[in-house]
Design a protein around this ligand. Structure first.
Ligand code: ADP
Length: 303
């Protein structure tokens, strides 16, 4: 069963087509990631899925409801965590949860009954009476996630859930999101962090300039799209070495700043030429999702 299906979605703002016929499905119980450079169309796609933006064409089904026609009913079944905290600073932590539940038509008593479990989920049990301004960035984000669960959603949408957080806070949030999916629920998230995708996502779609350029599990994408080994080479004589020795033996070389990223299926010939060139430093590693991302979307800066 699919929690979300998107078929040939198109959306323009003025003359600029920002979503150009994107299609994908998200299975129930799956954690699905949308990756893409800034301006790729991720947020617009999500906003269309939630019925906040009307598509020009295409078909969307969310929680078995047609969007935008049944968007209100669908939104009652989903949770949304925006990138920027929009907690109400006039209320305490617990009151924020209660007020949010009231938006979903829950009675005050029902909302209050949910608070201990939501606080526990977020690791904020001790903070129920705290004012919002006393919370750290990680606590606020956990509270946003807890708040999004107030209506017991089938699908949770998260826009960059860990941007701006320290490693401890990110790990805690990943742990919470994993436990949400382990309960059979579905997550759709956008992120710029490849480690987040590799830890959390069953499948990922890479979007660039409004089009879908790849969709698969992170591991399958790495195997299919890219050579298995990367050797990063630095040093004053790197440009000469690349032209004379690197290019003839590497499958592909990309230069960014003072580093040559040499992609190889068999690293041995390249390592031998490096042994003979003392002035260079080299680090060998396995190819990862970031390599795939940069190959498919390029190294140029976006807006
Ligand atoms: P992403 O989330 O991948 O960074 P967005 O979906 O936010 O990308 O934006 C895609 C493109 O659409 C960008 O060029 C952005 O400037 C443009 N855009 C987004 N929202 C609007 C809007 N409401 N009006 C006009 N242009 C918009």
């Amino acid at each position: 069963m699919h929690a979300l299906t998107v078929e040939l979605l198109r959306k323009s703002y003025g003359a600029q087509e920002v979503v150009k016929g994107i299609s994908f499905n998200v299975a129930a119980g799956e954690c699905f990631g949308l990756l893409g450079p800034n301006g790729a169309g991720k947020t617009t796609t999500l906003r269309c899925c939630l019925g906040h933006v009307e598509p020009d064409s295409g078909a969307i089904r969310l929680s078995e409801l047609e969007i935008p026609r049944d968007a209100r009913a669908a939104r009652a079944r989903v949770g949304v965590v925006t990138q920027f905290d929009n907690l109400d600073v006039h209320f305490t932590v617990a009151e924020n949860l209660v007020v949010y539940g009231r938006y979903f038509g829950l009675r005050e008593r029902e909302c209050r009954a949910l608070v201990p479990r939501l606080l526990e989920f977020a690791g904020l049990t001790e903070k129920g009476d705290a004012k919002i301004e006393t919370l750290s960035g990680g606590m606020k984000r956990r509270l946003m996630i807890a708040r999004s669960l107030v209506n017991d959603p089938e699908v949770l949408f998260l826009d960059e859930p860990t941007t701006g957080l320290d490693p401890q806070a990110r790990h805690l949030i990943w742990d919470r999101l994993k436990s949400f999916v382990a309960g059979g629920r579905t997550i759709v998230l956008t992120t710029h962090f490849m480690d987040e995708v590799q830890r959390l996502c069953d499948r990922v779609a890479i979007i660039d300039r409004g089009a879908l350029v790849a969709i698969d599990s992170p591991a399958a994408m790495i195997t299919r799209e890219i050579e298995s080994v990367v050797i990063e080479v630095h040093g004053a004589s790197m440009p000469q070495w690349v032209e004379r020795h690197g290019r003839p033996v590497a499958a592909r070389i990309e230069i960014a700043g003072d580093t040559a990223f040499c992609y190889c299926r068999d690293p041995q010939p390249l390592l031998r030429t490096l042994d003979a060139t003392r002035s260079l430093r080299a680090v060998q590693r396995d190819a990862n999702l970031e390599d795939v991302f940069l190959k498919l979307t390029g190294r140029d800066l976006r807006d």
